[in-house]
Write a protein that binds this ligand. Structure first.
Ligand code: 5GP
Ligand code: ZN
Length: 113
């Protein structure tokens, strides 16, 4: 989608530090890491947020989660991690292209919000 930051990262017009890529998904390091390891996993097709997941496009969501264990391994996570997706204004979603944060590499806060 034109003017979508993460679509531009998929297209390569904005550079990213890639952790994993195949024909359907891309994982790259967050530019402003909130933990020692902070990777974003996105579908290459534009889906705005979790709120846009439907029966028609949910195959890519399953595919992302099938790949998260190996992405976590590639990122060096050995002792667990948190998977987060912020959806909409109350959750402070800042980039309207569906992404899953994988954070870890140290003990995280025991509260999520
Ligand atoms: P959200 O707030 O939407 O859940 O997460 C968006 C994430 O994208 C933030 O953690 C932010 O640091 C990251 N981010 C924003 N712009 C860029 C960028 O240009 N490159 C990378 N690698 N991460 C970005
Ligand atoms: Zn997009």
């Amino acid at each position: 989608m034109k003017n979508c930051l993460f679509c531009k990262i998929v297209a390569g017009t904005i550079p990213s530090s890639k952790v994993y890529e195949d024909d359907k998904i891309l994982a790259f390091k967050d530019i402003n890491p909130q933990a020692p390891v902070h990777v974003l996993v996105i579908p290459k097709t534009h889906i705005a947020s979790v709120d846009e997941i439907s029966e028609e496009n949910s195959g890519i969501i399953a595919y992302i989660f099938e790949n998260i264990p190996q992405i976590a391994k590639i990122a060096g996570l050995k002792n667990g991690y948190r998977v987060i997706s912020n959806c909409g204004p109350d959750a402070c979603q800042t980039v309207p292209h569906l992404h899953f944060h994988i954070v870890g590499g140290a003990p995280l806060a025991d509260k999520m919000a």
